[in-house]
Design a protein around this ligand. Structure first.
Ligand SMILES: [Cu+2]
Length: 613
């Protein structure tokens, strides 16, 4: 096997020859035309404003050079795929085979790639979750190979550590030859895929360690739109904002354009998206089509996707696409603009100012933060309608209550209960632990999916007492479900500390969102269960939207249902990297060993080595 230095040269040559041209799989989809789509992902440490940028940002034209990542004009280390931010856009047709060769060229870290939104039915081994579905990739090459069988707007990202928050993400779009919403828009352009992410001015590892082992905050600095933006925190940092070129979405007067928005954030940065003088007709979320719903703005959380139709029905001009950040994007007033430019409009920014405004624009907002859903102009995901009709049975086979919260415990990763316990340090040193049902998830030493013969001593099951070290409980927390059972999750954000929120993501499935509500700034699983038992929670069982990522309101609940028809080991977790990497995670285990395909020949293996002494 070749080591990384030998691989580097041919890879870079390949990327040079591919650059600029669209991938052959990025095309209008036609029935019967299915292709095998090959991609090379070279994952390596990198830096903004590297030598590829020449004189950027002093010379703004240099900022658009190939392999130059300008970010918001502030120098910082990051990790990239193919020296791009976001990484390469994978845009294919339903039924295409996607083959991605992952070359891990990092100095020491491992990698995996998760195909967020693809259900991976029959191809469970390529879901990309370390220590659950595969071993982490250290060196060499790992080939992902799957059929793009879940249509819609999705994303891919690293599932190792904090890498997703460091630049290892990109869009994954699966178009259909016969899209049920085809009549609603005139264009569905590859360049109208919009990846939104939060942005800081240090490495994500530095941010994480400063937050969890020192007294740093977890505030975000700004937002990027398809990797572009300006430093909206400049005034707080006492520096000049660099007028970098912004992302431009070109539209044509009189036409209806399908725009595909992707929530690529790593930290807690829900984003309010709106377009000046235009409303947005939402036609799909997380890949699944909905009955079109016209709104003035929507909020997108980490891991979510919204497809909207924008009708270019205003005078030819430039208009702001405004993205305002909430929660940890609010302290430093994170705001970013992209330009909606009509064909024929002057090449310049819109004349209006763009300043931070965390209020929803006048009119209707879809998917607002931490709402009880009572106000007419605030429309939650539980109130929209799927395009595909459905009628769920009144009862389910299995019901799970999952309480999400920050707990004041002596997490052994951050505290030593004898030397510096939680209660003996001052408040600025007290970092709280995100948990599900008071348990921090611990990954097993080897993946139960690909090494089913291995003993898993760290496993603990829902309903059983977890192992604890003092007040800190940690294990590989598993929800067991038989193949074909109907399942309900009552997701509760107890919200005892702060007004955050948790975007919940389930691998391998999408689920019906049957209820969402808020009791107050905090609640408990017991309180929600009592309210439910007293008939205080209405579940809608007809034509509910199906999602794979959904917000849980702080101090409230989101109730989701699905049929467990996809066997395997599926991660379910808060989609914020600081929360998931500190254990706000569980694993859904559906069916048995005989229900999944055999392990691919030569698949990576890993585990502990502890022979008898
Ligand atoms: Cu969270």
């Amino acid at each position: 096997m070749f080591g990384p230095p030998l691989l580097l040269l041919p890879l870079l040559l390949l990327h040079v020859t591919l650059s600029g041209a669209a991938h052959e799989c990025e095309r209008d989809c036609v029935v019967g035309d299915n292709r095998t789509c090959l991609y090379d992902f070279s994952l390596q440490e990198y830096h903004t404003l590297s030598r590829a940028c020449y004189n950027c940002p002093e010379e703004l034209a240099d900022c658009s050079r190939e392999e130059c990542i300008a970010g918001d004009g502030v120098a910082r280390p990051l990790i990239t795929v193919n020296r791009q931010l976001p990484g390469p856009s994978v845009q294919v047709c339903e039924g295409d085979r996607v083959v991605v060769d992952l070359y891990n060229l990092q100095l020491s870290d491992t990698a995996t790639i998760h195909w967020h939104g693809q259900h991976m039915i029959g191809q469970q081994y390529y879901d990309g979750v370390p220590y659950l579905t595969q071993c982490p990739v250290l060196g060499g090459t790992f080939r992902y190979n799957f059929l793009a069988s879940t249509p819609g707007t999705h994303l891919w990202h690293s599932h190792i550590g904090l890498q997703r928050g460091s630049g290892i993400f990109g869009s994954l779009v699966v178009r259909q030859a016969e899209d049920p919403h085809r009549g609603l828009y005139d264009t569905d352009l590859p360049e109208h895929v919009v990846v939104l992410n939060d942005w800081i001015h240090t490495s994500i590892a530095s941010k994480f360690l400063g937050r969890h082992h020192y007294t740093d905050d977890d505030y975000v600095r700004t937002i990027l739109v398809n990797g572009k933006g300006r430093n909206s925190a400049a005034k707080f940092e006492g520096v000049e904002e660099v007028p970098l070129p912004l992302e431009v979405l070109q539209v044509t007067e009189g036409l209806k354009h399908r725009l595909r928005f992707i929530g690529g954030s790593g930290m807690n940065c829900p984003m309010v998206v709106s377009v000046d003088s235009h409303n947005l007709t939402i036609i799909a979320t997380d890949g699944d089509p909905i009955i079109p719903f016209t709104a003035d703005s929507f909020v997108i959380y980490s891991g979510e996707r919204f497809d909207v139709v924008l009708e270019a029905n205003q005078p030819v001009d430039n208009y702001w696409i405004r993205v305002n950040g909430l929660v940890d994007c609010s302290q430093l007033e994170c705001v970013q603009g992209a330009v909606l430019r009509y064909e024929g409009a002057p090449i310049q920014d819109p004349v209006l100012n763009i300043t931070y405004n965390p209020s929803y624009p006048p009119g209707v907002v879809v998917n607002p933060l931490n709402t009880d859903g009572a106000a007419d102009e605030e429309v939650t995901m539980a109130e929209l309608y799927a395009l595909t009709p459905s009628s769920l049975p009144e009862t389910v086979d299995r019901q799970f209550y999952l309480g999400f919260d920050f707990n004041q415990v002596n997490n052994t990763f951050f505290y030593n209960s004898e030397l510096y316990p939680y209660n003996q340090v001052s408040e600025e040193w007290q970092v709280n632990t995100p948990q599900i049902n008071d348990i921090s998830f611990a990954f097993p030493a080897s993946p139960p999916l690909s090494q089913p013969q291995d003993e898993q001593p760290t496993l603990c099951l829902y309903g059983q007492d977890p192992p604890c070290d003092g007040d800190f409980c940690s294990c590989t927390y598993v929800l067991e479900v038989a193949l074909g059972e109907t399942v309900e999750f009552v997701l509760v954000d107890e919200g005892s500390i702060g007004d955050e929120n948790h975007p919940f993501h389930l691998h391998g499935y999408n689920f019906h969102v049957v209820a969402m509500g808020r009791l107050g700034t905090n609640t408990t699983v017991e309180e929600v269960a009592a309210l439910d038992a007293a008939g205080g929670i209405d579940r809608r069982l007809e034509d509910t939207v199906r999602k794979d990522t959904v917000t849980i309101p702080d101090g409230g609940y989101t109730i989701v249902r699905f049929t467990a028809d996809n066997p395997g080991w599926w991660l379910m977790h808060c989609h914020l990297v600081f929360h998931s990497e500190t254990g706000m995670v569980a694993a859904l285990h559906v069916g048995g060993v005989d229900d999944v395909p055999p392990v691919p020949e030569g698949f990576l293996t890993c585990g502990s080595f502890v022979p008898d002494i």
